[in-house]
Write a protein that binds this ligand. Structure first.
Ligand code: GDP
Length: 304
């Protein structure tokens, strides 16, 4: 992911090497190249526009250190602006000081929520937490079973009082809101310090899905609502993120499938258009293919 964006930006900066001082024309040409590279990588148009304007203004203003040569100065500005659109500072989970920390997962079907539930619980467990997974996706065939498998892999308990839909010919029964609530109560009773609630997604954003997610959120009052987005879905990422932001007012973003070879720019736009931080990145199907998201490190990786 981001390889071609990374190459394009690096090449742009190469053209500046050896230049003594940058003229306005040099800066314009460079910003134009950066803008093209971002657009080709699928970064959303308004994000690109703002990004390019900020880089240009800062480069013209020459506010950076005299100790850097012109190409280093531009790299530094682009690095800082990239870090900015990726959310700025690293954002950690807000742990509850009173009962269990409640984390709800939301996103489209296939985004990677169930897989993430396993990864997140494994990661939390490795830090000494005692997570409980709650199977509130009763809609997708075998979602409950999949969560049980994922829980077993992570070595984490799964609360699944309802079997959910087991084949595509099944009609959904059971109440996901009730399951979520019971799951949180179970976590309280059994002294789990974190509870992760997996919820249903649909193939596209729909009103019923959003209402169900909202009902679950209102019933369990989560400390974090994590919106999981498949980084491979391209430009649709932005509209999906905006719909979920409006629908459930999520608190953080998880980029999944960052191991893929998509251009990735749309995923880069999500934090900027929603104003919500990217908190984690999912990089494979395994329970360990997961990392905390650090905007500064990602920016440096893209410009490496
Ligand atoms: P959900 O419908 O949102 O719960 O999505 P799932 O967790 O079932 O994931 C959908 C598919 O994507 C599954 O086949 C997962 O194995 C796969 N998947 C999930 N996360 C990743 C990831 O980070 N990288 C890759 N390559 N595949 C992933």
């Amino acid at each position: 992911m981001f390889n071609s964006l990374s190459d394009r930006l690096t090449n742009t900066f190469k053209n500046l090497r050896g230049k003594g001082r940058l003229t306005e024309a040099d800066i314009d040409a460079t910003v134009r190249e950066i803008r093209r590279a971002l657009l080709d990588a699928d970064v959303a148009v308004p994000v690109v526009r703002e990004f390019a304007a900020a880089v240009k203004e800062r480069a013209l203003g020459q506010e950076v250190s005299e100790a850097l040569n012109p190409s280093q100065q531009i790299v530094k500005i682009v690095n800082e602006e990239l870090k900015g659109i990726l959310g700025g500072e690293t954002r950690r989970i807000r742990m509850s000081k009173t009962g269990p920390t409640i984390i709800m997962l939301a996103g489209l079907q296939g985004a990677g929520k169930t897989t993430l539930a396993g990864k997140l619980s494994y990661w939390l467990k490795s830090q000494g937490h005692t997570p409980l997974l709650v199977a509130s996706d009763l809609q997708r065939p075998n979602a409950v079973n999949q969560l049980k498998v994922v829980g077993e892999r992570a070595g984490v308990r799964v609360f699944a009082p309802h079997p959910g839909v087991t084949s595509e010919f099944d009609t959904p029964t059971g109440n996901p809101v009730q399951v979520a609530q019971d799951g949180v109560n179970e976590a309280r009773a059994k002294l789990h310090d974190v509870v992760i609630v997996d919820t249903a997604g649909r193939l596209g954003v729909d009103a019923e899905l959003m209402q169900q997610a909202r009902d679950i959120r209102d019933a369990i009052e989560p400390n974090e609502v994590l919106f999981v987005i498949d980084a491979m879905i391209g430009q649709d990422a932005v509209n999906t993120a905006l719909a979920f932001n409006e629908g459930v007012d999520f608190t953080g973003v998880v980029l999944s499938k960052l191991d893929g070879d998509a251009r990735g720019g749309a995923a880069l736009s999500v934090a900027s258009v929603t104003g919500k931080p990217i908190m984690f990145a999912s990089t494979g199907e395994g329970v360990k293919d997961f990392e905390q998201f650090h905007p500064d490190r990602m920016a440096s990786r893209i410009l490496d």
